[in-house]
Design a protein around this ligand. Sequence first.
Ligand code: ZN
Ligand code: ZN
Length: 119
Amino acid sequence: MTQQRKIIYDIICKSPLHMTAEQIYAEAKRMRPSIAMGTVYRNLGLMAEAGEILRIEMPGRPDHFDKTVAPHHHCVCLKCGAVSDVPIPDLTELLEKHIGSPVTGYDLTVHVLCENCKE
Ligand SMILES: [Zn+2]
Ligand SMILES: [Zn+2]
């Protein structure tokens, strides 16, 4: 892993929220002012492809990046667009019970107002 890639990976791992490429770039630039935007975007793409991080795609919103690569669910704030994890168990069995057929996967995005936007 190159040093730049390690910086990017550390930023993603330390963040409690899931960050956009733009937010990751801003943070990387703070730590290493010489880092180029293209480097950050390219490394994010490579790491997502290699399965080291997860790219979360949401229609109409920028991609977010996640250190947790195992399948899990997200909630997105309607107001500020912050993305975080939904701490619920896997729903496959429940869905199969209701649907009556094998479930091979599902997409779930929960829309919320986050802590900051609640008031
Ligand atoms: Zn919010
Ligand atoms: Zn996540």
